[in-house]
Design a protein around this ligand. Structure first.
Ligand SMILES: Nc1ncnc2c1ncn2[C@@H]1O[C@H](COP(=O)(O)OP(=O)(O)OP(=O)(O)O)[C@@H](O)[C@H]1O
Ligand SMILES: [Mg+2]
Length: 518
């Protein structure tokens, strides 16, 4: 008998059938992947399993019990654990606190009110369990840091730790690698395998990082428009034509499975950076000179210098925490420099506010999904286009946005807050891609997007580039970024360790490129 057996699940929202007769099983201790395009119904399926949504039809059996009508908390007690696509942690609490609260909730010891008043000291047993989980996830070094001081990647691990504290029989993970770099993703797969092996936990994984799915899951289900279009052993499903067409696309590049392929090291001699910078042809539109930046006492950038010539595309590469996003924030004025200069079109913009920089033609497509949840897709776009394109430009802008992302066109009257993760990302991107600026700074464009959509968005970027837009692209999917870029800048621990043509990245390039089998 399977641990989880979902039969014929159907879920409709106004006008949309998000799930249509979906059946899926997971055995005890099994590692199963659930993949599919953006908006295919993956998160909705999780919500039906967990009782956060009530399916219109179908049943869910867990560990031999029919739980179709059970409340969320009852399912959690039975052994469901989950992490969220959009991270859900509590600001102001430390990593250790998060795990401790989950431990108390598991025991139901009735001391939660004392926790709130900070009066309940953890027992030895509680502390020990927390400690073990911290070590398993390699979070012990940051156990007493507040959540807001952690990177997105570490935050994801805290979510996983919190889910583990309840000793689940089945873990549902919704895009756990999103925001992790390739090295961290590899570590995560290893940790998940350890959890599976040592604790016998079954794991159902939703993920767009195909490399991770292949490295982790032994069996796959593929959803498209709410129906299962393929299921079976991972290797067979990955070679299925329908899956390639609907989801993977032809150009698809994936994260690596081998850590040695993903480690970004810098065997480049010190003088390379200067030679390469001067080798860049054309007048720089953007030029950073000896830029330092910090978040409070934590220094993020150390003397960063590089330039982006007018009309060219530069890929900014590096592992998580290398300082890539900080560079983007410095350029757009969100983080002040502590020393150094940032020249845009001949003017030093260091020290200017974001609202002074943006009108000069610098647009930042940030890594998140900055949309207004309570407005519809149409309203979100109209708001933006009215400001940037003027009243007369709105209808042309909308037309162009829906041409770029037809899925958004089908969802124009839907509230942005109810869009799938990837659809929200498309909405955020449509806002910036419709009106190409002079300098486009793109941060983690592929985050949360299905491989086939990533291919399409890069094709769009090619077109945007042909209009003369200069770009600085920050990307984990290195293969994609390098294919479009004229040159690359590699950051490590806040310092530039390479700046020059992608072809001359040498050993580093070898490693980066082999991490991306086409
Ligand atoms: N409350 C809702 N009202 C209307 N439509 C909804 C609602 N919730 C989800 N949908 C729609 O149902 C479809 C399935 O959404 P879901 O979030 O399950 O997709 P997903 O497979 O998780 O996609 P992604 O990979 O982008 O996260 C989407 O098209 C979404 O817009
Ligand atoms: Mg989702």
């Amino acid at each position: 008998m399977s641990l989880l057996e979902a039969r014929n699940i159907t879920k409709r929202f106004a006008g949309i059938t998000a799930l249509d007769d979906v059946s899926l099983t997971v055995d005890r201790g099994e590692a199963v992947g659930l993949i599919g395009p953006n908006g295919a119904g993956k998160t909705t399926f999780f919500n039906c399993l967990l009782g956060m949504l009530r399916p219109d039809r179908g049943s869910v059996h867990f560990d031999g019990t029919d739980i179709t009508r059970y409340a969320v908390h009852k399912r959690a007690r039975l052994g469901f654990g989950r992490t969220f696509q959009r991270i859900e942690l509590f600001g102001g609490m430390t990593v250790r606190d998060h795990l401790l609260v989950a431990e108390r909730a598991r025991l139901g010891t009735g001391r939660l009110w004392k926790d709130c008043l900070n009066q309940a000291k953890p027992s030895d047993e509680e502390s020990e369990r927390v400690e073990r989980t911290l070590q398993l996830l390699r979070l012990d070094q940051v156990a007493d840091r507040r959540i807001e001081a952690l990177s997105l990647g570490r935050g994801r691990l805290v979510e996983l730790g919190r889910a583990l504290m309840t000793d689940p029989l089945l873990l549902l993970l919704d895009e756990p690698s999103s925001g992790l770099d390739q090295h961290e993703t590899h570590d995560l797969v290893r940790t998940l395998h350890e959890i599976q092996r040592d604790r016998g936990t079954a794991i159902l994984l939703v993920e767009h990082d195909i490399g991770m799915v292949q490295a982790f899951a032994s069996r796959l289900y593929v959803l498209d428009f709410g129906t299962v279009i393929a299921e079976g052993a991972t290797a067979d499903v990955m070679n299925d034509d329908a899956v390639r067409r609907a989801y993977l696309g032809e150009l698809t590049t994936t994260h690596a499975e081998e850590p040695e392929h993903t480690t970004i090291t810098a065997p480049v001699p010190d003088d390379t950076a200067t030679t390469a910078t001067t080798a860049n042809a054309g007048t720089p539109l953007l030029e950073l000179s000896e830029v330092d930046a910090a978040y409070g006492p934590f220094r993020a950038l150390f003397g960063v210098s590089f330039s982006v010539p007018e009309g060219k595309v530069v890929a900014l590469l590096g592992g998580n925490g290398a300082g890539k996003t900080t560079v983007a924030r410095v350029v757009t004025g969100l983080v002040p420099v502590t020393s150094g200069e940032v020249h845009f079109d001949g003017t030093n913009i260091a020290g200017m506010q974001p609202w002074q920089i943006a009108p000069r033609g610098v647009v930042h497509a940030p890594e998140g999904r900055s949309v207004f949840s309570s407005l519809t897709v149409d309203e979100n776009l109209t708001l933006d286009f009215r400001r940037n394109l003027g009243r007369k430009g709105v209808s042309g802008g909308l037309e162009r946005a829906y041409e770029l992302f037809p899925r958004l066109g089908e969802r124009r009257k839907q509230l942005a807050g109810t869009l799938s993760g990837g659809e929200q990302r498309m909405l955020a991107l449509a806002r910036v891609l419709v009106r190409p600026p002079r300098l486009l700074v793109v941060d983690e464009l592929s985050l949360g997007l299905a491989p086939i959509i990533v291919d399409e968005v890069y094709a769009t970027l090619q077109k945007v580039r042909e209009t003369g837009t200069t770009m600085l692209i920050i990307e984990q999917y290195v293969g994609h970024a390098l294919r479009i870029a004229d040159s690359a800048v590699l950051l490590q621990h806040g310092e530039v360790v390479y700046d020059g043509p992608a072809a001359e990245l040498g050993d580093v390039s070898e490693r980066l490129l082999t991490a991306q089998p086409s």
